[in-house]
Ligand binder design. Sequence first.
Ligand code: G3I
Length: 388
Amino acid sequence: MFNNRITRRRSLWLGLGALATIGMSNKFIHTYYGGNMRALGETNQDFTVVGTASLRQRAAAKGLIYGAAANYETLSVDTGLANSLIQECGMLVPEGELKWGFVQGIRNQFDFTQGDWLANFASTHNMLFRGHTLVWHLVLPEWFDEIVNQQNAEGIFTEHIATVTQHYAGQMHSWDVVNEAIDIDDGRADGLRQAPWLQLLGPDYIELAFRVAAEADPNALLVYNETAFEYDTPRDEARRIAILNLLERLKSRGTPIHGLGIQSHLLGDGKPYFNAQKFRQFLADVASLGLKIFITELDVTDDVLAFDIDNRDRIIAEVYEDYLSTVLDEPAVIAVLTWGLSDKVTWLSDYAPRADSEAVRPLPLNSNFQRKLAWNAIARAFDNAPTR
Ligand code: G3I
């Protein structure tokens, strides 16, 4: 029962909600879609890495950026995490501190204290800084429902985006301007989520957000960031189509959009559903619109994998290398960001915990900041990537 709940919650988060709500377990999904189940982790994939250079250095050697998300709460007190980020990362992303509910938790009082601390950490250590995120249906402030209405919505929306973007203008490499605007289960022909801003402003709220951000910071790369469309399932396929339609529409209207962010929260047991050829074609379609591609929130769940740590790490590393070797083949991909760096601090400890209560291992470094096979897999993918 407990395991079912975890699977359902994770499935919902990762966009497999329709299947989860009718009670299919992850294994069932495999049988349903995969057809090519095999024992995971049984290959002899070689994870040898030459030299000790950091991920940042290996990425930079190919004209790529490697970085990670971190939050103020842990980074400000954990020197092990700080040192690892300084060593491995060329870019830092605030995990939560720039979301609406954090920055403007109180109406008209913008609080940039933690965001500024993270921006300063990045510049002190010669890292690029990346904004996440200006518009999202989650982490809205408590005053939102009480105050925002049809009459004042556009003013509040544009004021927030302009204020936050202006504050970091000149410091921001790129912004996730709009995050997760698509939900094909919401029943709209365009696949857009029935998000609060859509209900208040109509579907052009997305274009408006990009225009306001571009005016406030003409130098940042402006990105549309989306989740849960990496696999070869009917649902992910429909989401890919909705994303391409949205991007095409934005481009055809001259919207100042420069990139697509692909979150890439991957499943440790997702290998049978990853169709490299189809996903590669999707990347080419995005690139043909003149857009750059960012891998923005990469990590690999291990909640349904068997306990054995060596085998678990090997399976996770396989997922990393298979995925990254496919996406880095597309020259429009310019950055790879993991959603955290060390297993010590990961959202998956709360959102996709293991039923056996053992610690999850989704990231490149273990909880003692040592490099794992996942690190090797990422390093190898960078070393083998074509130069940008
Ligand atoms: O800051 C408080 C802390 O003071 C308190 O002690 C603690 C007790 O629960 O809560 C802390 O707030 C948490 C916050 O993260 C900061 O750690 C929230 O409960 C928690 O819900 C929040 O979760 C974040 C989530 O977005 C919602 O903002 C995750 O860390 C973060 O990894 C996650 O990131 C999202 C991306 O923005 C979008 N894509 C999916 C991704 C993963 O969910």
